[in-house]
Design a protein around this ligand. Structure first.
Ligand code: XIL
Length: 341
């Protein structure tokens, strides 16, 4: 049988998987998680929606259940995610905008209170937090994503969030997390954000690379460059959400889902060829991760191909992006990682 990934990479980085309580406890997935992983990321239940119900009212129970499960099995937890434009509950922004100074003070206080309370609740139970997720702009027309947070506060919202998190837990590692860090342009903007944080004394420990990629992109050299840029800032690297889509979709697929490639059919030559390419991609990128001492944690976004967000994103279409198949058996990709010759 396959060696346990957490043992294979011991001394280099933690092996993580993302799941919520239901998936983590499905028979096949649970066995995979317990054998291979020593890190767990909540796929949804630690985001601000659902945790932040209303001002001062928190829905901690699903996250607490997941953490109890992890602790009972000797697995550490990555906190994900405090501030993300897609999961910032609308009550944070409620209020009268006639007096913008007063309104901004109100929203800032709500943000800081939310982070203080949540980081305090999970203190000692998570080894790091994705404090700010996806703040980088995708195109070159600016540096920051045009989110409600950025429109109100400019880059200051990032400072508020990191300072509040650090104050609530001096020991937890604090990350800024984003996707497409392998793209030199996007990464350049992220590095501009990170350098600004460093210059202002904002307490950031590392950069999270989501690593939602596909079988033909990015190259090992591109990923290597992303890791090196973070190292040059004196920060550590986490791979936070890795999956390798079997589809080489055009970039426009995400903005125009009708351009996404048609579903592959299992058993066909095209499907088998894609699975082989996926194995090689996992192999070369895990070799890059292992070659960089700055990489402290590598998480796949899911456990088995039975439950992957890519079955519904960017379109509803079967995908097989993980290391274990729908029956929780190791795929070629898993064998390729542990036999990197
Ligand atoms: C995704 C989850 O996998 C889905 O189940 C949920 O519906 C939406 O969020 N970037 C992130 C993750 O930082 O939190 C996202 O997770 C995937 C993209």
């Amino acid at each position: 049988s396959a060696p346990a990934l957490k043992t294979f990479f011991a001394g280099k980085f933690k092996i993580g998987m993302a799941a919520d309580f239901g998936t983590a406890n499905e028979a096949g997935a649970k066995a995979v998680l317990l054998k291979h992983a020593n890190s767990l990321t909540a796929e949804s239940v630690m985001k601000a929606s659902p945790i932040g119900v209303s001002a001062g009212v928190y829905n901690f129970a699903p996250a607490d259940d997941l953490i109890a499960f992890a602790q009972a099995n000797g697995i550490e937890v990555r906190g994900h995610a405090l501030v993300w434009h897609q999961t910032s509950p609308s009550w944070l922004f409620d209020g009268d905008r006639t007096d913008m100074t007063a309104y901004k003070a109100l929203v800032r206080a709500r943000l800081e209170t939310y982070i203080t309370d949540v980081v305090t609740h999970f203190k000692g139970k998570v080894y790091c937090w994705d404090v700010v997720n996806e703040a980088t702009r995708d195109d070159a027309s600016g540096t920051y994503r045009d989110s409600e947070w950025y429109r109100l506060f400019g880059s200051d919202f990032i400072d508020y969030a990191f300072h509040a998190a650090r104050a609530a837990d001096p020991a937890v590692q604090l990350f800024i997390n984003d996707y497409s860090t392998e793209d030199a342009g996007k990464r350049g903007r992220l590095m501009t954000i990170v350098q600004g944080m460093i210059d202002r004394g904002v307490p950031v420990d590392g950069v999270g690379h989501q690593m939602h990629i596909s079988i033909s992109y990015p190259s090992a050299a591109q990923v290597e460059a992303a890791l090196a840029d973070v190292e040059a800032k004196g920060l550590i690297n986490h791979i936070t959400e890795m999956d390798v889509s079997l589809y080489n979709d055009p970039g426009s697929c995400f903005g125009t889902p009708s351009t996404c490639l048609a579903a592959l059919a299992p058993g066909t030559g095209a499907y088998n060829t894609a699975l082989q390419a996926q194995a090689l991609k996992y192999r070369e990128l895990f070799a890059v991760f292992a070659a960089h001492a700055s990489v402290k944690s590598v998480t796949t976004w899911g456990i088995t191909d039975k439950s992957t967000w890519l079955n519904t994103y960017p379109v509803t279409r079967a995908n097989w992006p993980l290391l274990f198949d729908t029956s929780a058996n190791p795929k070629s990709a898993l064998w390729a990682i542990v036999d990197p010759a």
